[in-house]
Design a protein around this ligand. Structure first.
Ligand code: ZN
Length: 322
């Protein structure tokens, strides 16, 4: 068995794990990453990785690789965290070269949505697939593409798989990325929450406002889901629109890539059939029958544990590619 080290860098927690290709995790830990200074955190990542390896009975030098799952924007080619949105003190941090120098083993740096796809590929719903698409679907919408048994990174920008930012509507809703009409602007959890907050702030009698006790900033996907289940007309109309936009995007992906599977992240498994059924009903409008019938639409198998496998899967994929 090949034992590797994985790092999963989140905005609030930083996960470190040691595991192998069978999916066994020998040890893992999380360190707090809110408002941290990389000068404190980088040495801690190294010492924690060494400790976990020692506890697992392996030498760091016996691990053939480590992998870093990191939020974007970043300089993926050189492994530099340029400006992670939730960590203001992390600016132009050359994390890949730092860890390579300290751990003295090869490593790789991948964006977290790609790592999600790799984790599902090695350990989850993407096992034994040659072609599949993973969609993160939580606050934002990210994607990871595996085509012909290979993670697709794209060209110089390494931005392949940015599936949340395909344009679904000319001059449509403003997206966080600067474009208008992006898929994420219609179906991302953050975009939907902001939209409901703007539309309901002067409507204290609306069901959703009552569900959050009038605290407009508390309006989120959970409040929306509750209102849909209670047949609130505003919530139902928004849900239908979301399902139609999700179907439009899925149809584009299915016709473009003919994937064996479309693996869906948080929203799909947290909400269940209420989320996926109306999308499936609308889907035939947006893609051909043959690739649609050939594509299984499923929830993530790793669910909330996906981060534990993200860096480990990145390391295993690095070994596969080298
Ligand atoms: Zn966008």
């Amino acid at each position: 068995m090949t034992t590797v080290i994985g790092f999963d860098i989140g905005g609030t927690k930083l996960g470190i794990g040691v595991g192998d290709e069978s999916g066994k995790i020998f040890g893992m830990t999380k360190i707090d990453n809110v408002n941290t200074d990389p000068n404190d955190i980088l040495p801690l990542m190294v010492s924690e990785a060494r400790r976990l390896c020692a506890e697992a009975g392996v030498k760091v030098s016996e691990c053939p690789a480590f992998g870093i799952s990191a939020p974007f924007p970043a300089d993926a080619l050189r492994g530099i965290m340029t400006e992670p949105p939730n960590n203001p003190k992390w600016r132009n941090v050359p994390i890949l070269s730092y860890l390579q120098n300290e751990l003295k083993i090869p490593g790789c740096f991948e964006n977290d949505a790609n790592c999600g796809a790799l984790a599902e590929w090695f350990f989850g719903a993407g096992r034994n697939c040659r072609d599949f698409i993973y969609l993160t679907m939580s606050t934002g919408i990210g994607g990871g593409l595996v085509c012909a048994n290979q993670l697709v990174r794209g060209g110089k920008a390494l931005s392949a798989g940015e599936l949340g930012h395909i344009c679904l509507q000319l001059d449509g809703r403003q997206c966080n990325c600067g474009q208008k009409g992006c898929y994420e602007a219609y179906c991302g959890g953050r975009a939907l929450a902001l939209r409901m907050q703007a539309e309901l702030k002067d409507k204290p009698d609306s069901m959703i406002m009552q569900l959050v006790n009038g605290d407009v900033e508390k309006i989120d996907m959970i409040a929306l889901e509750k209102a849909v289940r209670a047949n609130d007309p505003y919530a139902l109309a928004l849900w239908d629109e979301m399902a139609l936009r999700n179907a439009q995007a899925f149809g584009l992906f299915i016709n473009a890539f003919n994937p064996e599977k479309l693996i869906l992240g948080t929203m799909a498994w947290a909400i269940g059939d209420l989320f996926t059924d109306p999308i499936l009903k609308n889907l035939p409008r947006f893609c051909w029958d043959e690739p649609r019938e050939a594509c299984q639409i499923v929830s993530s198998e790793l669910r909330r544990n996906i981060g534990a496998y993200a860096g480990i899967a990145a390391a295993l994929n690095y070994l596969k590619e080298h």
